[in-house]
Design a protein around this ligand. Structure first.
Ligand code: ADP
Ligand code: XUL
Length: 504
């Protein structure tokens, strides 16, 4: 029976999952951390050092090297790779790669810009306003592309590059997303993007799934010629190039279009039907669910992306996710085990102590000048701060996801921090919902493998593709125990956010 490989190039590392479609089981999993395995690039948490905190870039060559390391691991895994039928991938969204030429693999590629701005960048507020103005306003942009202009979205990033480095912009023949860049390396030719990742650019018309000319015009000249084609998510875009076949002895597997990590996670959590939500606690915290019809967020916070099923997905994204939790953990020299124990010992509602956890600029709500606000909370209060950061994150997630219109009774939790049941208890209490864990922490890589399966065996419906792979672990259920304190806290938190934003 065929094997399918899913790769996930995330902010901090690369993960691979191989699944056996017939046996409905995962037969290989491996992850690497960019900082640890490729130290010569000098990244921390996957990003390059920057003097300006609003500028966040990473290295496309590092992503290419990581792909090489991972394909080497797969080749050495002992799996019968003659059965490897198809490969797909997932990547952190919004990041862009600027190429003047694409060779047969990473060493052959010529970058017109050595670094890639990624989703954590918040340096393009001016370009966001310019693009919104150019198309007739925020609402018009959101109605067409699914989102108002956001700093991390690729369009504003491209505009900034065009304005600050016009010559390099002209020398750029193709601008890829991280997903289509890595897919290009696999097929040895320029790969298209899928609608899921293209909708993170402020450039695609969500309904027609084609580039929206007014947005291209408002972004940079001659942009249409520099962008990849957009193809349905389950398109086979080529075969693994001769280079990789020779280098690692891999078979000529079919390559399916890559997508963004959130659209892939939608599939990897089995959310191929409307009415359920998943929360991913990765480097970013995200809450998302499938949408049959695109309903754009009226307050402008969330996004509508294309879903791999051909439908849509609603999503709200928070920048101060795992790294904010880590900041608190490290401030008090805790391990995750100790962090969880302390969290479990403090009461829901935290006896009135709370926080706005904006350690870094925030996406939701939009905060460009970071700063943590503490309320009735001393910096030296370990237990109070641990609970405050997690409660604030979960409350913000509930407050800013109402626009999706889902009555949340069940949450599928995924991402690195979803292994932490004390954090999931706070999630269950704040949402007053049951929270489920998955056996696979990286549902983006699993979703990518399942997308490869779907693209290869097109006649199989999505329900059948995900069956047996994406059911949450039955014994993992975390039930809400105490929602009462959060009814008031939700209101108080919303007022504090509003006040902090007016003062900023
Ligand atoms: P990404 O895919 O965005 O790179 P992951 O989903 O792999 O991120 O999540 C990585 C994060 O998971 C780490 O930054 C770490 O803070 C967090 N994490 C890992 N284990 C735990 C734990 N036991 N409790 C809380 N957070 C954890
Ligand atoms: C989504 C977003 C992040 C990145 C990194 O809009 O900015 O979730 O995809 O994971």
């Amino acid at each position: 029976m065929p094997l399918y490989l899913g790769l996930d190039s995330s902010t901090q590392g690369l993960t691979a999952i191989v699944l056996d479609a017939g046996g409905r089981r995962i037969v290989f999993q491996s992850s690497l951390s960019f900082d640890e395995v490729l130290p010569k690039y000098g990244t921390r948490h996957g990003v390059l050092p920057s003097a300006d905190p609003s500028v966040v870039v990473s290295s496309p060559r590092m992503w290419a090297d990581a792909l090489d390391v991972m394909l080497g691991r797969i080749a050495a895994s002992g799996l019968d790779l003659s059965r490897l039928a198809a490969i797909s991938g997932s990547a952190q969204q919004h990041g862009s790669v600027y190429l003047s030429r694409l060779g047969p693999r990473d060493l052959g590629l010529e970058l017109s810009r050595p670094v890639s701005p990624i989703w954590m960048d918040s340096s393009t507020s001016i370009e966001c306003s310019e693009i919104a103005r150019g198309v007739g306003g925020d609402e018009v942009l959101a109605a067409h592309t699914g989102s108002r202009a956001f700093e991390r979205f690729t369009g504003p990033q491209i505009r900034k590059f065009f304005k600050t480095s016009p010559e390099q912009y002209v020398a750029t023949s193709r601008i890829h997303l991280v997903s289509s860049f890595l897919a290009s390396l696999l097929i040895g030719a320029h790969a298209p993007v899928d609608p899921g990742d293209a909708s993170g650019m402020n450039l695609m018309d969500l309904k027609t799934r084609t580039w929206w000319q007014p947005a291209l015009d408002a972004t940079a000249p001659d942009l249409a010629a520099k962008l990849p084609a957009i193809v349905p998510s389950s398109t086979i875009i080529g075969t693994l190039s001769a280079y990789w076949q020779r280098r690692h002895g891999l078979p000529p597997a079919r390559i399916a279009a890559w997508s963004g990590d959130n659209p892939c996670s939608l599939v990897g959590t089995g959310l191929v039907r409307e009415g359920l939500v998943a929360i991913s606690l990765g480097t970013s915290d995200t809450i998302f669910g499938l949408m049959r019809e695109p309903r754009v967020s009226p307050d402008g916070t969330g996004h509508v992306f294309g879903a791999p099923t051909g439908e849509f997905m609603g999503i709200t994204v928070f920048r101060n996710g795992s790294l904010a939790r880590e900041r608190v953990r490290d401030e008090y020299g805790l391990t995750w085990e100790r962090f969880s124990r302390v969290l479990g010992m403090t009461p829901p509602g935290n006896s009135g102590r709370s926080m706005l956890p904006w350690f870094e600029p925030e996406i939701t709500p939009r905060v460009s000048t970071p700063g943590v606000r503490r309320f009735h909370l001393d910096a030296g209060d370990i237990a109070g701060n641990v609970r405050a950061v997690v409660e604030a994150q979960m409350i913000a997630m509930k407050l800013h996801s109402g626009w999706m219109g889902v009555d949340v009774k069940t949450i599928y939790a995924t991402g690195g921090a979803s292994a932490n049941r004390a954090i999931l208890q706070v999630m269950a209490d704040v949402f007053d919902a049951e929270v489920h864990q998955f056996a696979v922490g990286n549902t983006a890589a699993l979703g990518a493998a399942l997308r490869a399966f779907h693209a290869d065996a097109k006649t199989i419906g999505w329900d059948d593709v995900v069956r047996g792979f994406t059911e949450p672990v039955a014994s993992s259920l975390v039930r809400p125990e105490n929602h009462e304190p959060y009814k008031d806290l939700m209101r108080i938190h919303a007022a504090r956010e509003r006040e902090a934003l007016t003062r900023a």
